[in-house]
Write a protein that binds this ligand. Structure first.
Ligand code: ADE
Length: 232
């Protein structure tokens, strides 16, 4: 089967460095999202800015599955560091993803647990994740971490909330799309990976760091993506 890689970024700034390395063939707008179809080093890719949050992200992943028949999905962007040792410019490669704002504890479920669904922790594809880790670890300008990434429709900027995410989910990083893309990929049987460069850490002042580091941090993801594409 021919491989087609779908790349989802939530924001224009996150896609910008990746767009530069793409040989663009066609663009198309659907659900207010612009899909860029082309190739990178002869591998067919479709890149898109989904918009922020879980609804946008899940919709976007479903369009990539239905309209572009992507065989692999990668979500790239920035995230907040949850563990204190994970600092701006580091990279976190997800091993699994959970929606931290899914809360049906009123009916006795654990936080994050999706009612009437067989799982709430979505495991990333081992091959894609290993490739991402190998590429990221070969860069010694920053530290690479692997672990749980949690997603929710909230920008996390308090120490209390960060401690809560660490204790409840053993999270390494937090963002607003990855777990939704993970669930969409799971439902469509598409192997996926989530690679996030750290733009802020709530223990050091999230919103200030975020503005300072978001564009710089995401540059670290370009060589990781290239390595994956070369070994796909
Ligand atoms: N993306 C980048 N930093 C974030 C944070 N602190 N919370 C949620 N999403 C983020």
């Amino acid at each position: 089967m021919n491989k087609i890689l779908g790349i989802i970024c939530a924001m224009e700034e996150e896609l910008a460095p990746l767009k530069k390395i793409m040989n663009l063939k066609e663009t198309r707008i659907k659900a207010r999202m612009e899909f860029f179809k082309g190739n990178i080093e002869n591998v067919p890719v479709v890149m898109v800015v989904s918009g922020i949050g879980k609804v946008n992200a899940a919709l976007c992943a479903q369009i990539l599955a239905d309209d572009y028949q992507v065989t692999h999905l990668i979500n790239v962007g920035v995230a907040g560091g949850v563990k204190e040792t994970i600092v701006p410019m580091d990279v976190v490669v997800a091993t699994s993803l959970i929606q931290h704002d899914m809360d049906v504890t009123a009916f006795g479920l654990k936080r994050g647990e999706i009612p009437r669904f067989e799982t709430s922790s979505f495991l990333t594809d081992e091959a894609l994740t290993s490739l991402a880790l190998a590429a990221s670890r070969s860069n010694h300008d920053y530290t690479t971490h692997e672990g749980v990434i949690v997603s929710g429709d909230q920008f996390i900027s308090s120490k209390e909330k960060i401690m809560d995410l660490s204790e409840t989910f053993d999270a390494s990083a937090c963002e607003m799309e990855g777990a939704a893309i993970a669930q969409a990929a799971y439902l469509n049987h598409i192997p996926f990976a989530v690679i996030r460069a750290i733009s802020d850490n709530a223990s050091t002042g999230a919103s200030m760091d975020y503005e300072k580091f978001k564009d710089l941090a995401v540059e670290n993801t370009v060589s990781i993506l290239l390595h994956i594409i070369r070994h796909l």
